[in-house]
Design a binder for this molecule. Structure first.
Ligand code: DPP
Ligand code: ZN
Length: 874
């Protein structure tokens, strides 16, 4: 497909001011009547009106109430073009579409069976063109009036964006409902839902005094699991008012759950649609992590109402304008209402596991890409997670108040508009009197910067000089990057573990009140005064910039930080760094037993600290996964990484056995069905201790079995099952069967059952995963099932996926072919697992390359898949 280029952007010659849509809904054949009020921009005479449209059957076309002569319109597979229109016109089309046959899950489709399922839409990024002809680009904002007509018994609930504006009987067993959305919006935010859905609801009164009906809809067997989501919506609404001054702006806020969704969720105006995985939660069918993910994703989609909907993107190159900013808002929401340290550790783990490798491989792209041939493939860790890190750095650099003032100006300047990342930076800069132009480079250049820190202590002068240098090195695919603005949150500690004041001399670059050094060139040096002894330096506190840090720190200093850092993240980071050093030694065959105690003692000391947050303790006991440990190593031998990691984990478990037992035996006065943050944190720690003990000695499996039998929540039951599986215990197969029987009617729990087996590092993992694709609960058409089994295998079972005989690669390649014929977006996502092929040792490298080429050579490769394959090979 032809690439679309940022440099070619042109404002639309035609605007659509108002849209009226009438749907006659039916799963087999739905008729869509669209009436567009179009206006040509002054000064753009004679430009034809080109409307996007795909997989639509044209039934009628009229302009200004009459037919259009054949020579004045052209129709092809992708568009409808109208010639010689007056400067303003009314264009009416009628189209037939086939929701039940739509397995791509873009546009209007059916969730569930034809007899009992419901109809819904997914339009971001380019799904609306599968519903009707329209300038399907985010800079065309229109007011929508939508009328839905359908069989009343089959589709009792009818929903679309905006405010309800009437409903009634349509005769012949059919009924209708109308919705008016007063806020102009781009077509990607359009949504409708129709079907047999149950609801739970509440009322929320905004800070501006608007009474809002908050409604969660789901099918009958899922509605009982929606209470948590309803709660989370209200929390998100209140939080956005308090933290960012943003209120909700319609009479109702609807949220709908579906099992058939390619993404996590979608922020359609006033009618969010969720993958059930991120909406449903109860103690029997959801883990603690699920509860937190629901909170985060519900928040994320709700926050888009301002960052994405009220202020939207000019074009899809600006995707991170809404996604990076909204991920940042979501992170802050969870940090404020749950645990800041835990959320930060998880975000950084994700960045290292997913974004750093992406940024180092052939699929690397700037946060604002320069071109694309399939925009669906740019909903990436780089656009989302690195984008959020940039926003976080800006917030750090401007300070909390400055950032808030900047965002306020951004909203007031651009409300109702489609804007760019330059507009965002300009608003933040104007509100704070700063020139933020240098920050644009963060959006423009790919690659992870390297930050090198070195220090020198002068005992005589009681001074400590800290030098920071940065570089974004060249790779095969790109030249060396330029220097970027880097906020480096810093603290100095004395040998006794106390914080030292951070006083830079007058000649040094500035230091903010909260200890942030802003490195804005290739190199700078700060001279700190009043430092009597060589300090222990803690850099990038809270991970203040998404860089690779190179700092020569003694292991004893890291152990000191593990005990005394008051920034929870850097406390964890010190332990993590110690663990990684040991891992590197084991991998290189240079491990010395003497090095182990510094690490394990540091963890033991934290575990013994009664004041410690159990969630942080659990994180200290969790090693980086194999993908993270492989990152930055060339060439990777996945088997060696697996073995070295397992050895390190066993060493940790053995060294800490008494501490882990003490931790488990500590009495807990907590209801095992409570889901508040402290209860979750304690479960997390106990389950982590149990998993390590099971590693240390098989006798501890008795504890696991006890928990397996007595668990009263899914978190504990699943944790016990994972231990049995990991230990390859003789009763593991029976436990797996029991679990499947117990949860047979619960699709989301079965997804976990599939994932657990897909990620078990067994020799025969590929064969087992292949066999599971024929399990009656597995469906190739359902993205969640494909993600739970096949994507989990490809991404989270490096040993199985990279098996030396290539069986893992063949399994995933065959699965990609199969899925591509159904849901191209899902196939493309699966194919990204081959993206890092060049980093592997020669045998695996050749096998992966062979699978990529074989996939590319097949007939009927979708545009989405072809794009990933081509870029992987480039
Ligand atoms: N629905 C996706 C998200 O919220 C894309 N906008 O990130
Ligand atoms: Zn989003």
């Amino acid at each position: 497909a032809l690439a679309v280029r940022l440099a070619d952007y042109q404002a639309p010659a035609w605007r659509v001011t108002d849209v009226e849509l009438v749907f006659d809904l039916d799963p087999e054949a739905t008729v869509v009547e669209a009436c567009l009020r179009v206006e040509r921009d002054a000064g753009t005479d004679a430009v034809p009106l080109r409307l996007d449209g795909e997989s639509l059957e044209l039934l009628a076309l009229e302009v200004d109430g009459g037919p259009l002569p054949a020579e004045r319109w052209r129709l092809d597979e992708r568009s409808l073009t109208l010639l010689d229109l007056p400067a303003t016109a009314t264009v009416r089309t009628r189209a037939r579409i086939r929701p039940a046959a739509n397995t791509a899950l873009q546009g209007l489709y059916l969730s569930g069976s034809a007899a009992a399922g419901f109809l819904l839409t997914q339009c971001e990024a380019e799904g609306f063109r599968r519903i009707t002809w329209f300038p399907d680009r985010p800079d065309v904002l229109a007011r929508y009036t939508v009328t839905l007509r359908a069989d009343r018994a089959r589709f009792p609930v009818l929903l679309a964006n905006g405010n309800a504006a009437g409903a009634g009987d349509a005769g012949g067993g059919r009924h209708w409902a109308r919705f008016v959305d007063p806020h102009p919006k781009p077509s990607y935010l359009f949504a409708l839902v129709a079907g047999r859905l149950e609801r739970i609801e509440d009322t929320f009164v905004t800070a501006e005094g608007r009474r809002v009906g908050v409604v969660v809809h789901a099918e009958a067997d899922a509605i009982a699991q929606c209470g948590w989501a309803l709660d989370c919506i209200k929390q998100a609404m209140r939080w956005d008012e308090a933290r960012f001054g943003r209120c909700y702006d319609l009479d109702a806020f609807h949220v709908v759950a579906t099992h058939d969704f390619t993404m996590g969720a979608m922020e359609n105006k006033g009618l969010n649609i969720f993958n059930s995985k991120y909406l449903l939660a109860d103690i029997e069918q959801a883990t603690d992590d699920d509860f937190r993910h629901v909170l985060a994703v519900v928040g994320h989609e709700y926050f888009h109402n301002w960052t994405g909907n009220r202020v939207t993107c000019r074009d899809w190159f600006q995707l991170s304008l809404k996604e990076g900013l909204t991920v940042y808002r979501e992170q802050e929401f969870e940090s404020d209402v749950a645990s800041r340290t835990l959320r930060r550790i998880e975000d950084v783990r994700t960045l290292w596991r997913a974004q750093f490798p992406e940024d180092a491989g052939p699929l690397a792209h700037p946060v604002r890409p320069l071109h694309y041939s399939a925009i669906d493939n740019f909903y990436t860790a780089t656009v989302y997670e690195k984008g959020a890190e940039i926003v976080r750095m800006l917030a750090t650099a401007l300070g909390r108040e400055g950032f808030r003032r900047g965002l306020d100006l951004y909203f007031s300047r651009h409300d109702g508009r489609a804007v760019t990342i330059e507009d965002f930076l300009a608003a933040l800069g104007a509100a704070t009197g700063r020139d933020l132009a240098p920050w644009l480079a963060w959006y423009a250049q790919p690659g992870t910067p390297e930050l090198v820190a070195s220090g020198r202590h002068d005992a005589q002068a009681q001074r400590y000089a800290l030098t920071l240098r940065q570089r974004t090195p060249a790779t095969a695919n790109r030249p060396e990057g330029q220097a970027l603005p880097l906020p480096v949150a810093t603290a100095l500690f004395g040998r006794d573990g106390r914080r030292l004041p951070l006083r830079a001399d007058a000649a040094s670059p500035p230091v903010s009140d909260d200890g942030v050094l802003l490195l804005d060139g290739a190199e700078a040096t700060w001279q700190f005064e009043g430092v009597a002894e060589p300090p222990v330096v803690s850099l990038l506190r809270g991970y203040s910039a998404p860089v690779r840090l190179h700092q020569d720190v003694a292991a004893a200093d890291l152990a000191l930080l593990a005990r005394h850092e008051d920034d929870g993240f850097n406390r964890w980071l010190a332990v993590d760094t110690l663990g990684r050093r040991l891992f590197a030694d084991i991998l290189a065959g240079t491990a010395s037993p003497a090095a182990l105690p510094l690490w394990t003692d540091a963890i033991a000391a934290v575990l013994g600290d009664d004041g410690i947050d159990p969630a942080l303790a659990a994180e200290l006991l969790t090693l980086p996964d194999e993908a993270t440990l492989s990152e930055g190593r060339v060439p990777v031998d996945p088997e060696a990484v697996h073995v070295a990691r397992a050895r390190l984990e066993t060493a940790l478990a053995t060294a800490l056995e008494p501490d882990l037992l003490r931790c488990l035996d500590r009495p807990v006065a907590v209801a095992s069905q409570a889901i508040d943050a402290p209860a979750q944190a304690r479960r997390r720690l106990r389950n982590r201790c149990m998993a390590l003990l099971a590693r240390a000695a098989p006798t501890h499996l008795e504890r696991v079995r006890l928990q397996w039998r007595e668990a009263v929540n899914l978190t504990d039951r699943l944790a016990a099952l994972a231990c049995l599986l990991q230990a390859e215990a003789p009763d593991a197969p029976a436990a797996l069967d029991d679990f499947a029987t117990r949860h047979a009617s619960q699709p989301l729990v079965l997804d976990k059952w599939f994932s657990l087996q897909a990620t078990a590092a067994r020799d025969d993992a590929a064969e087992r995963v292949a066999a599971l694709t024929t399990h009656p609960a597995f469906r190739w058409e359902n993205p969640n099932k494909v993600y739970a089994l096949l994507l989990a295998f490809a991404l989270r079972n490096p040993r199985g996926f990279h098996r030396a005989d290539g069986a893992g690669y063949r399994l995933i390649a065959e699965s990609i072919t199969r899925v591509d014929a159904l849901t191209p977006q899902v196939a493309a996502r699966l194919a990204t697992s081959f993206g890092g092929w060049r980093r592997y040792e020669p045998v695996r490298r050749a096998q992966m390359r062979h699978e990529i080429e074989r996939l590319r050579a097949r007939p009927h490769v979708s545009t989405d898949l072809a794009d990933i394959l081509d870029r992987s090979l480039a």
